[in-house]
Design a protein around this ligand. Sequence first.
Ligand code: ADP
Length: 464
Amino acid sequence: MSLRARLALLYTLIVGGILLLFGTVVYVAVSVTLTRQIDNTLNTAAQKIINTMSFNSVGRIDAIISSPMDYGADVYIQLWGRNSRLLASSDNASQLKQPLDKAVLLASRPVRRDVTLDKLRMRVLTVPLTASDRYIATLQVGTRLTIVDAAQRVLLIVLISGAMVSMLVAGLAGWFSTRQALLPLEAVTQTALQITRADDLSRRIPYKGSPVDEVGQLINAFNLTLSRLENLFHSQRRFLADVGHELRTPLTVIRGNVDLMRRMDSTDLESMDSIQNEVDRLTRLVGDLLLLAQAESGKLPIAHRTVELDTLLLNVMHEMRILAHDRTMKLGEIDQVLVCGDNDRLKQVMVNLIGNAIKYTPKGGEILVGLGKAENRARLTVSDDGPGIPQEDIPHIFERFYRGEKSRTRSKDGKGFGLGLSIAYWIVRNHGGQIDVSLREPHGTIFCVWLPLVDGKCEDDPKI
Ligand code: ADP
């Protein structure tokens, strides 16, 4: 059943339930009031009759009966003596040959009952008359229930038809109002289907209502998800194209060199070197992809040993100085800093950041590296005076496979896969730290890595 139908049914049932409760209370209250009024009339009539009677010493009724026993056309009166002998009756009851309420004629205490006599519904009060604890006679006073029955019938019809109309109105109101409220959800469904059919993630769901109501929030969340998916698809498509390209180039080089050697029928050292370089490059790409896949799924094995970050940094700088060629690489502040972590992984972060600084800084540029402590954390900075990163690239550079437009065209140097920063990001994250980037004035980039300082001993430190 659709949500709309379910809501309409729910409204109908709620209104029906309330009206059933209300109707029952009204019906019972009216019935009780009417019955009480009839009982009062019967009591008064009985009392008046009893007041007109007197009994002699042997228990006989002496003086009945203020004649005639007439309390209105609707009041029937009978006085029954011992042995069920009719002693007196009102005019309207004279043709009745049997007691108004036969079943309780010999009751020892007053009884009020509804009875049907000759198809006539009546309420009958039966009062035993006694003198000195001796039974003398039974007085029965009855009245027709026609008006009460009619009133109850009309009330029942009014209540039932009122309830049905109200339920119908509630159901229809629920049906139409939920249609209005659910209309935007239909738009969501339609857009989602169109996106699936057309394979077009650039569509967004328009919504004219308030963005803070439930539907507005849902649509907003849906649109945000679409944006994220679109970005993801976009970067993955780019990645596939890039990886395809990156794989094809070395494979073509290897193939060319193998063909050459076959034609020359000898092993050429230069060709062997070229093949070796391309194989290294392929190995690096596959290694990066594997590492990233592990890091993202949280399965990257990371040691937790005390690492002297300053020593590690000096080593990395020493190794990389040769790559800097005619760029200057300077060491700014350097503090003795200990962190808990994985030496090799942290080295990889430094290599990636310094490598990028070298890669993106033109010849003659300057790369400044520093290590210190701030806010109870280790802070490693790598800054360069290269071209900097365009504002529109900054939010994405830590995403997998993301490469700035300039770097994409420049990647003919065969180095960048767009994975270096995301690998650094994941390694730092797995160490409980964070990495950020800012632009250096007048031009250039500053990467900053924050890591928690060592606090006591590290988990995997050798026990002494
Ligand atoms: P790549 O292999 O392309 O270098 P990275 O993940 O290391 O991939 O970097 C992502 C992108 O960030 C680069 O393509 C480049 O556009 C930008 N970038 C990173 N470091 C620098 C830097 N020091 N200067 C300028 N741009 C940089």
